[in-house]
Design a protein around this ligand. Structure first.
Ligand code: V47
Length: 365
């Protein structure tokens, strides 16, 4: 056995027992690439998630609302954004949004939009107040750190003040979007004008201090190096040590443009590898999502055996992945989520916005 093999074996064993990996051990896993090594990684991540959750896997009945795709940001990887005069630009109004919520009656609403003058902060606040009045128990997971920063700039105030105002209208937490890859090299190539990683982290830290739980993401498949993936995960792990305010981590594989055949996204095994790495390296994150719109329902089912414990939700209508070349369904149902989890070999449980399982009517527990 080579020295490298010994190190990998040691790191896998430690990770499978939910123990913390140091940087070198984590790097040994990030640099695994052969199909057989990715299967070894999966085996260790499965053992880890079985120690945490046994055969339970969760999903949520949720609704994604994206009030407008008009965005001043110019991220090169984003096929969803539109300029004001773009034929694909749209702006929803309050009536449409409230009708969607009334039709779906979701447990959670995931609300994010582009950076634009149409859906400004005061308009959002008034919408959120209305939603809270009509649906007191809905879990409101709203905005990315990028939007919080944009609102603060537009309102000539600080992100702290924006978050305080969101708390007043009983927002429950922030989404994990906008983290992209923290690497300055990747950001310079794809989104040079975007909020810096330091400020993305600072806004999440402020939210955690204010008692808002937030999520974390990582967009991969943009030509990143192993060290850049490792740094991203270790930076998140370190903030989680400090605040404990992240609910979950969601790896997001790049979805290529629909009209650019020469581009391709990460392969199935890359997607499974990323879920396994997250499970083994982010020892202080309770939940890892296998996000089906971007990896497909089948890979999401397999992701449960690579360390994921949650599939996100039914969504109502996913727009960001589908603006790219995602060929997953636009939305699912409770039945499809449960079938997917069973296909993966796990027991489905619906959950609430804080990842607590809801009582199953078919089981006496
Ligand atoms: O921030 C944009 C990414 C994110 C593409 O918090 C792309 O529970 C892949 O953050 N290919 C938005 N990704 C989605 C997001 C999210 C999703 C699910 C759950 C949660 C949560 C958050 O999507 C953006 C960006 O990083 N993105 N374009 C693309 N072409």
């Amino acid at each position: 056995m080579t020295e490298r093999d010994k190190n990998i074996g040691f790191a896998l064993k430690k990770g499978s027992l939910c123990k913390r990996l140091n940087r070198d051990e984590a790097f040994a896993l990030v640099s695994l690439s052969s199909p057989s090594d990715i299967h070894r990684l999966g085996k260790a991540a499965l053992k880890n998630r079985m120690l945490r959750y046994g055969r339970v896997a969760t999903y949520i009945e949720n609704l994604v609302v994206n009030p407008s795709n008009i965005c001043e940001g110019k991220c090169r990887f984003c096929h969803y954004r539109a300029e004001k005069k773009d034929p694909k630009a749209y702006i929803m109004d309050e009536k449409e949004i409230l009708k969607k919520i009334a039709d779906y009656q979701p447990v959670e609403m995931h609300l994010v939009g582009g950076l634009n003058e149409f859906w400004h902060f005061q308009r959002y606040l008034s919408l959120l107040r209305d939603i809270r009045d009509r649906w007191p128990s809905i879990h409101l997971k709203t905005f990315t750190a990028i939007e919080i920063n944009y609102f603060a700039k537009m309102e000539h105030t600080s992100p702290e003040e924006i978050l305080k105002k969101l708390k007043v209208v009983s927002v429950n937490g922030l989404t994990g979007g906008g983290a992209e890859m923290f690497s300055h090299r990747i950001r310079t190539a794809y989104c040079p004008d975007k909020l810096s990683p330091e400020n993305w982290l600072a806004i999440h830290k402020i939210a955690h201090k204010a008692g808002l739980m937030t999520n974390a993401t990582m967009l991969y498949g943009l030509g990143e190096k192993y060290e850049e993936i490792l740094d991203h995960l270790l930076i998140l792990r370190s903030l989680q040590d400090e605040t404990g305010g992240f609910s979950c981590f969601i790896p997001l594989p790049y979805q290529p443009a629909r009209d650019n055949e020469s581009e391709s996204g990460p392969a199935v095994l890359d997607n499974l590898k990323m879920i396994g790495l997250a499970r083994l390296i982010l020892d202080n994150f309770n939940h890892i999502k296998a996000y089906w719109p971007m990896i497909g329902l089948e890979t999401a089912a397999a992701g449960l055996s690579w360390g994921a414990d949650d599939l996100d939700g039914t969504l109502g209508e996913e727009k960001i992945a589908h603006a790219g070349r995602a060929n997953s369904p636009l939305k699912t149902t409770k039945e499809i989520m449960e079938d997917t989890i069973r296909t993966g070999g796990f027991i489905p449980y619906a959950r609430d916005g804080l990842f607590s399982v809801l009582k199953r009517k078919d089981l006496r527990i």
